[in-house]
Write a protein that binds this ligand. Structure first.
Ligand code: MN
Length: 264
């Protein structure tokens, strides 16, 4: 059996060195002893391109992650809406595997749908429009062709606009849309979704096609750290470093069996 840890939305930023320190502690004290660490996006507050890693002051974070490869902890990285420009060079430098969003991930003998979560916030039309544009390879090529300083200024403007926009948006728009969640699960034929982005750590249970489905949401690392651990059939959301249990659920192999099997 494999022990897996999941984290997302750390929003690491050299401007908050205590956050980077907490992440390094987590790597050394927890992730090092797990079989795999799955990062579901927004590890970084922003990512200007792999060529700007050092310029942005992110080498220490890359160094922490690189420790895992030498200790046989596999690292998987899914892009968030802040670090979607993380590329192959960075992945190679820390020996991690990039996961597309969404990914159906094999967790022991269960299929689990992994997403960052921003694509599920379909009520936020402005974000979905930017997402569609910024995920095109042409947009990314053009952006990465700019100088690091130009990209930095661009990222600063994006963050300013996003903060201004988010302050005006109502709470429900910033959360996932339940229909989008159900559509994603049905499309990928799974009954368990793990995502981040909304910063609303919780384990939700609901009915889907007459069967029980779960949505596990990872929290952010602004006030404290948190992570999801999966061991055999049990999922637990824990705070870090105090390891308080925020939520837990047992999902047996049978109850996580694919929807198709149950519908058949
Ligand atoms: Mn996000």
């Amino acid at each position: 059996m494999t022990t897996s840890l999941f984290i997302s939305d750390l929003h690491l930023d050299p401007g908050r060195p205590e956050g980077i320190q907490l992440f390094d502690d987590f790597i050394r004290k927890k992730a090092l002893y797990a079989d795999q660490l799955i990062i579901l996006g927004d590890l970084f507050e922003y990512w200007l391109g792999d060529d700007a890693c050092e310029y942005s002051g992110y080498q220490a974070i890359a160094g922490s992650l690189a420790i895992l490869a030498s200790h046989n902890t596999k690292v998987f990285f899914m892009h968030g809406n802040r670090d979607f420009l993380v590329g192959k060079d960075f992945a190679l430098s820390i020996c991690c595997q990039l996961l597309p969003d969404p990914t159906v991930f094999r967790l022991n003998d269960q299929n689990v749908l992994l997403m960052h979560g921003d694509s599920l916030c379909t009520d936020d039309v402005v974000h979905q429009q930017f997402r569609a544009v910024s995920r095109s390879s042409e947009w990314q090529r053009n952006t990465l062709a700019k100088t690091i300083h130009e990209r930095e200024e661009f990222a600063r403007q994006l963050r300013m606009n996003s903060q201004k926009g988010n302050a005006e948006k109502i709470e429900s728009i910033m959360d996932v849309n339940q229909t989008a969640v159900e559509d994603a699960l049905l499309e990928h034929n799974v009954r368990l979704l793990i995502h981040g982005h909304t910063h609303r750590a919780a384990i939700h249970k609901f009915q889907l096609a007459g069967k029980t489905a779960h949505r596990i949401v990872l929290g952010d690392w602004y006030q404290q750290g948190n992570y999801l651990v999966h061991d055999q059939t049990k999922f637990s959301l824990l705070s870090y470093p105090d390891e308080r249990v925020l939520a837990t659920v047992n999902i047996s192999k049978a109850s996580a069996a694919t929807l198709k099997k149950h519908l058949a």
